[in-house]
Ligand binder design. Structure first.
Ligand SMILES: [Ca+2]
Ligand SMILES: [Ca+2]
Length: 347
């Protein structure tokens, strides 16, 4: 403790101009001299089962959102009257929040600080449309989704799905307008009768620069996108890649390379390959994923072991390195395609 105190004092006394110089250098080079991620409080939505109540850390904005799980629909103890029972808890686990379209519209949220103005962020969550039995029998099942409001403006919605047992992984992106913003969730189609569940909410800063974009259209009629989020500091080892807007239920994997390239329609693919080849081209083919009903797959990648074609088969990213990422996926009928690509300069 004594050492800590003395060390602190002596560091401060070195020269206050040191700090100014370091800060200026960091600013002028665009380096992340500090990283303050926005922090969602209780993104797991953990709380007691309650009809008309949200978990700690969250506030009701409108109507009566409920805290529930697979054994207690709409926050009513022992109620299991779903349209379609959920397969179980979401990948986040535990309780979640259910939102209905009964008026006034059910909406909840929290004020989140720590945004960097003008930076892009991804809000991600798990979504399930398990409904409420009476809505199914009286009104018929309808497709619905969760939509997100940032400072009251709708910034996007998850995949519209009919009542079913599956949780899907969803996300939207937005650019921060201020350091502190109100993040809220509600049902997207408020004119239909519906009851949709949400769990596992997180916010991450978008990393890297997109190139080779937009990708060629896939069978869904849109171009698939690769989204990298997290920290560009190698020491954080916190980069998550998400391939979105893919066809449903198709296999795919990520690709990596320190160089960029361009090959149109390689091996009969409908897409473009935008990485450099050679010994350092890597395929995450030990991490093959399925796009599922939401048409997306995502994973954290290990910056200490990026796959490469050459021996020994993987390499550790170093500060100062630039690496490029893309995703390949199968598509119908009997073809394949690619997302666009992201280039990340690591610090
Ligand atoms: Ca949860
Ligand atoms: Ca309710």
């Amino acid at each position: 403790m004594l050492f800590m105190t003395r060390s602190f004092v002596s560091t401060r006394s070195v020269a206050s101009t040191m700090y100014g110089a370091v800060a200026l250098a960091a600013l002028s080079s665009g380096m992340p001299y500090s990283r303050s991620d926005p922090v969602i409080v209780n993104g797991s939505l953990t709380g007691p089962i309650v009809n008309n109540g949200v978990p700690p850390g969250w506030s009701v904005s409108s109507g009566s959102p409920d805290t529930m799980d697979e054994n207690n629909n709409v926050g009513v103890p022992s109620a299991t009257n779903f349209c379609v029972p959920p397969s179980g808890a979401s990948p986040d686990g535990g309780t979640w929040v259910g939102l209905g379209t009964t008026l006034p519209i059910e909406r909840f949220g929290q004020t989140v600080g720590g945004f960097e103005v003008s930076a892009e962020y991804e809000i991600s969550w798990y979504q399930g449309n398990f409904g409420l039995e009476v809505l199914c029998t009286v009104f018929g099942p309808g497709q619905n989704a969760i939509q997100v409001r940032v400072d009251s403006q709708v910034v996007g919605a998850g995949t519209f799905v009919a009542p079913g047992p599956a949780w899907t992984s969803e996300s939207v992106t937005f650019v921060a307008a201020s350091e502190t913003m109100l993040i809220e969730f509600e049902v997207a189609d408020q004119l239909s009768s519906g009851y949709v569940s949400i769990d596992g909410i997180s916010i991450r800063q978008v990393a890297g620069a997109r190139y080779c974009t937009p990708a060629n259209l896939n069978s869904t009629g849109v171009a698939a996108v690769l989204l990298a989020t997290g920290s560009t500091l190698v020491s954080d080892n916190d980069i998550r890649l998400a391939a979105v807007d893919l066809p449903q239920n198709q296999f795919g994997y990520f690709l990596s390379s320190p160089t960029q390239g361009f090959i149109a329609n390689p091996a009969g693919s409908q897409g473009n390959f935008c990485l450099g080849g050679g010994a350092l081209l890597g395929r995450y083919d030990d991490m093959v994923m399925n796009s599922g009903p939401a048409g997306t797959f995502a994973a954290f990648i290990d910056l200490t072991a990026v796959p490469i074609a050459a021996a020994p088969g993987s390499i550790a990213i170093q500060p100062g390195d630039t690496w490029n990422f893309q995703a390949w996926f199968r598509d119908v009928p009997n073809t394949s395609n690619f997302t666009d690509a992201v280039s990340i300069q690591f610090d």
